[in-house]
Design a binder for this molecule. Structure first.
Ligand SMILES: [Zn+2]
Length: 271
């Protein structure tokens, strides 16, 4: 059985950016491991930090169950502070995850996306990109080998980003779109905080959206999630010229870089 791993800086990134694809991998018989880097302790409106940590962990467990994720690993870094954390410290944990779970394919934010304004996303993307080669070295983190782990690196990297500027691959997710919507909706606490940011921005502009105000006050989030997340996945499908009513997610997919064609010609299956 092949393993796919998603390195998700925050609880909700996995569902929002690649939830439909992860659910498809599960349907195809893959084991999916979700590595959540931070604790999301600040991501709520009005709740205490302890309550926020507990709620976001619980909601991630629900989202992961909806997508069919086999295992969630929490690295527990303080959220919104990864810019202050040495990149090599995050990298070591990701190398350990690679060596422990031995994923064939890894999903991550794209380290080449310069339009990203969230430093947690940037840091995790950079640490993951470095982990791909560092995890091959037998002299990097040799303490891992005391546990019986070995140098290892994944075969494929599927990078996602906001707007996916460098995308070279589109995954149709029409069949798993209901799971993606359900998983995103499980993140009630984080979604209401996102909506609160829009509410404050709208307020500064002298505007309000009743549907947003209602959702923050505890109303149903489905309509908004279907509009935002559904609309986005529909736009990706349309840009890739899928017929009406289809949904998709976009990636910059990488295997061996410049050596792809050469390795295709030279390689043979390992017995
Ligand atoms: Zn995030």
């Amino acid at each position: 059985m092949r393993t796919a791993m998603i390195i998700s800086p925050h609880a909700d990134d996995a569902a929002i950016f690649c939830g439909g694809t992860l659910a498809r991998f599960v349907c195809d018989g893959w084991r999916v491991v979700l590595v959540r880097v931070t604790d999301d302790r600040y991501d709520s409106v009005g709740a205490s930090i302890d309550e926020t940590i507990a709620r976001n962990a619980e909601e991630l467990a629900q989202a992961a169950a909806i997508l069919g994720v086999d295992e969630v690993v929490n690295l527990g870094f303080e959220t919104d502070r990864l810019a202050d954390t040495p990149e090599t410290e995050i990298r070591e944990r990701i190398v350990y995850m690679f060596r422990k779970f031995r994923p064939h394919t890894v999903f991550s934010f794209d380290p080449t996306d310069l339009g990203e304004d969230n430093q947690d996303h940037v840091r995790v993307a950079q640490a993951t990109a470095e982990a791909f080669w560092v995890s091959c070295f037998d002299k990097h983190y040799p303490e891992h080998f005391n546990e019986g782990l070995e140098p290892f690196t994944p075969a494929e990297r599927w990078f996602f980003s906001r707007g996916a500027p460098g995308a070279n691959f589109v995954m149709e997710i029409t069949e798993t779109m209901p799971q993606k919507i359900g998983a995103v909706m499980a993140h009630q606490t984080m979604l209401r905080n996102v909506l609160n940011q829009y509410r404050l921005q709208l307020r500064t502009a002298g505007r309000r959206v009743a549907m947003v105000d209602d959702a923050i006050a505890g109303g149903d989030l489905r309509q908004l999630v279907e509009m935002f997340i559904g609309g986005q996945a529909q736009a990706v499908a349309q840009a890739a010229e899928y017929p009406e009513g289809r949904f998709a997610e976009a990636y910059r997919r990488e295997r061996f870089g410049d050596l792809d064609v050469l390795f295709e010609q030279l390689s043979q299956p390992i017995e």
